[in-house]
Design a protein around this ligand. Structure first.
Ligand code: HSE
Length: 335
């Protein structure tokens, strides 16, 4: 096993090609679509994978600090799971990974890793499994289909996972949709943010979310972005999670007054997300509002302007196997 570093040399077995996969981050829920809506974002993780004589795992980039480089690595384990399902055995793998996605902030980093591992491992064995089968495996691993569906298929997905089966439909948001995220400089484990949720909810709250989530999906399907401000409201998870993210309630209640179409907690948080109509030109005001509100509550945060990503995980064919993944990603590959 090896650690973060620059070397591109590895033990990939001759006769087997290396594969490269690029996977988008995602935001889940979009307010009312708890465990049902996910949208891919143009922030990425890259994975290199090859069949080897001995396992070597390299991690690059500050987002990967602390990620295991032995066989407990999530990407290694998910690849082995895929091989099991496909009935093949490749216990030794050469893996490298680089990511721009902050970990445990509500931008789907674990879903990205799961999807990337499945797509890479499947590509290595000649795509024996369909993307629908990959979606089943990924949803079962995550226990919800929203982040994995968005990272696998791209766009905005409406999905369910009922414990046995996952299904989805993908919508591609219009180009004018911008996404502003405020990423607090603290981590919040999904498990912790799920543990604060009640075991049961009232019929009133369930009906509230069905109506709002349905309207939100219809708004995206029809381009009725004027409806987002009514639709992006939630009674099932955000009220319970608000105490974990100081400033969140003010942002959700007031973001529209500062130019947002709507605002939500991104996935399980702590990142907050605002949807913006790029034509409206009030981005600077909204960014200052998000930063200022979090700062007033003692929270340091980094803001980032993103776009929905129409494509899901893709296998890249133009990377150079003779240089490191980092050099490939940064465009420093020799031609
Ligand atoms: N739908 C999930 C949640 C997303 O809100 O807990 C977690 O990434």
């Amino acid at each position: 096993m090896s650690v973060q570093g620059d070397g591109g040399g590895n033990a990939a077995k001759s006769g087997y090609p290396k594969v490269y996969v690029k996977v988008p981050a995602s935001t889940a829920n979009l307010g009312p679509g708890f465990d049902a809506l996910g949208m891919a974002l143009n922030l990425y993780e890259w994975i290199e994978m090859g069949i080897a004589d001995r396992t070597e795992i390299r991690v690059y980039g500050e987002q990967m600090v602390g990620v295991p480089t032995d066989k407990s690595n999530l990407i290694y384990k998910v690849a082995q799971l895929l091989f099991d399902k496909a009935g093949v055995s490749h216990p030794e793998l050469d893996i490298a990974m680089y990511s721009d996605i902050p970990l445990t902030r509500g931008l789907g980093s674990s879903a990205t890793a799961i999807v990337g591992a499945l797509v890479a491992a499947n590509a290595l064995i000649g795509n024996k499994l369909s993307s629908h089968e990959l979606f089943q495996i990924a949803s079962a691993l995550e226990k919800h289909p929203d982040n994995v569906g968005a990272s696998l298929f791209g766009g905005l997905i409406a999905a369910f996972w009922d414990g046995e089966r996952a299904e989805h439909i993908r919508i591609v948001p219009e180009d004018r949709l911008d996404v502003l995220v405020a990423i607090p400089r603290f981590e919040l484990a999904t498990e912790k943010a799920r543990n604060v949720l009640p075991v049961s909810v009232t019929m009133k709250d369930a009906v509230f979310n069905i109506g709002h989530s349905s309207l939100l999906v219809a708004a995206f399907c029809t381009g009725r972005y004027d409806m987002i401000r009514h639709a992006m409201k939630d009674a099932l998870h955000q009220p319970y999670r608000a105490p974990l993210i100081p400033g969140m309630t003010d942002i959700l209640e007031q973001a529209q007054q500062h130019g947002a179409l709507g605002a939500a907690l991104s996935g399980a948080g702590p990142t907050l997300l605002a949807l913006v109509d790029g034509k409206e030109g009030r981005g600077a005001e909204l960014e200052a509002f998000l930063q200022g509100t979090l700062a007033r509550h003692g929270i340091e945060a980094d803001t980032m302007w993103l776009k929905p990503c129409a494509d899901g995980a893709v296998v890249l064919t133009h990377f150079d196997p003779n240089v490191s993944l980092l050099d490939n990603v940064k465009g420093r590959a020799r031609v």
